[in-house]
Write a protein that binds this ligand. Sequence first.
Ligand code: C2G
Length: 705
Amino acid sequence: MKKVSVIIPVYNTTEFLPECLESVINQTYTDLEILLINDGSDQGCRDLLEEYANKDARIYLVDSIQRKGVGAARNAGINRASGDFVYFLDSDDYLPLSTIERHVHHIGSHSMLTGRVKKVTVKPEEAGEERNSKVLKNRNKTRLFKNYSVLNRLISMEFVKGNKLRFSENVENYSDVEFLIPCMINMKKYPYITECLYYKRVRNDPITNPALSQMDKDKVVRDYMAVYNLLKDQYEGNGAVSKFLDRQFLNYYRKSVIMLLADQKQVPQSFNSISIAAKKVNPKALKKLNVVVKTEINQLRNEKQASYARLIKLHHLLRNAKRAVKSRRKVYVFLYRNFFIRMPMKQKKIVFESFLGKNYSDSPKNIYEEMHQNYKDYKFIWSFNEKRKIPGNAKQVKRFSLAYYYHLATSKYWVSNSRLPMHLDKRPGNIYLQTWHGTPLKKLVFDMNEIHSANPKYKLHFYKQSRRWDYLIAANQYSSDIFKSAFKFEKKMLEFGYPRNDILHDAERDHKADELKLKFGLPLDKKVILYAPTWRDDDFYEPGKYKFQLRLNLQQMKERLGDEYVILLRMHYFIADDIDTSGAEGFAYNFSKHNDIADLYLISDILITDYSSVFFDYANLKRPILFYTYDLEKYRDTLRGFYINMEEEVPGPLLRDSEDVIRTIENIDEVMEQYKGNYERFYEKFCGWEKGNATKQVVKQVFKS
Ligand code: C2G
């Protein structure tokens, strides 16, 4: 059997290593030499490498205390390798178990065989039946080298040694190009193998532990220029390679450099390295360029930095204007970015928004109501998706309308309980109060390992959006501590409890509850159950539109509980499905579209929820809470993870099916007696700060009056 040297550079990828190494040591092809090249990793990572080296005799650890970069690590692997073939694998990636066998089985006398690199955010489901691989002999070489990567290529050692193939060592990025160019020159055929995958992990956290490709864009561009300059000099005499490099450079200029320079501050930083490279481009290669890019390249070649900066600015203005005409929203964003944010900022104007404009509720509502009664010299704007009936003299704007962008651009204060869009720029002097929308049970943002929800860039986007927050409200010490790590929040935490919960401590709350029951037309002689579940990350139609299947048997509940109770169904604001209450008329009422859940807390005698943060608020009423956790293991162990141990800490029973729920309600007093101790501890830890005056304290702190 031919031996394959699998070369794995490692730099602080502890969280990804087990999946990577397990996928190598369990390969169906066993004649492997597994070379772990430690590139100056921290002790934790090094210990894990040691552990694996002791676990499998085929694993060898090549140590470098100092970090030298992936190029140097791979070169060290080549020097150490004794196999007939080399195969490069990054330590945050992993392989289907038949990948190396398929390569060895099909490479024949070829110098290199290339398979597909598939980008993944979460572990893909194992494919059903394994399909056979075929070798496509003559793949187009430029296509083969389009991703500048040596990954998922089986390469004969003779070819590597014969052509002294090396990786660049003085750059972090694009160190593979120096290795690949001689391959392109010396290979007669460029065979591609089908059904032979390599899983390239797209790290969901480019802030805490970025992959190379997630590093600062200017560093990436500078590395590209360094590699281009090096190879242009190295292959000066080789017309074909030189032409290939020029074409690649101009593509890269259009695709990446221009985008980097959308931020004018980047021009002075990167101009020199790009100018040096541009001078090396053969003038003939400039012929097919459009006039704007051609002029830019000539400015670079003639080192005209000032006029180049003006030109690139005009380039982006025209580009954004051209893109803007594609949609009304883009026109508004263009006007917002180029005109509205240059208009005077009104010092006493506030924009409010709750739950992405979906309703008039939560802490922004309470803060608004406090202010429109006591701060008459302020102007109030509310952002909604649809017009709403609200008190006071606030101006309502439709979310994402022209007025929406105008008022956000010219208001000193923003108050929201959820994130505001990425494309809003924070003006100097803007004050952004993020009230957030609940004490977290489920792991949030940077405390989540895998991202199963619809947006793989969730962490990056969240990081950028939350950098604009000046104030963040925490309802308890537990939230304050968690928000600092989960959101990487370093600015002013407001620790007074939740403005939205003040009503739960209002002396008039029972009176208000009776008024509400009358207003909603609910029978006054019946007790009320509120069912308020949360959403499931992996069950969606599209981002923000989630599915939900009701697992409560309403007919049975009506039969067994209908004499004494009615039930209010309140779906999470992400749920797009309409809940079917047919057959439970007069018993089940759908309140998913009702503005403020706090109204429903007031009139409810029992809350049924699952992993939603609603129970932290409802506990302020010290009324029974039941947890209908029919998918506990999946939700806790796969989807999200929890900050507390539900079985031990929550103030009520965890129930697994509809029958459990009905029986528990039938015996609610005994059941709640069992949870008395839990409930007191829970109340102390999570509701201790709530005194009914959080709104006043927040307003005083933020609006400095
Ligand atoms: N909510 C609601 N109806 C539901 C569920 C939630 O009105 N059926 C409201 C409540 O105000 C709740 C908030 O939405 O506190 C957040 O809902 P969660 O179910 O906790 O889920 P999520 O939106 O993911 O927020 O820190 C808390 C987390 O951020 C969770």
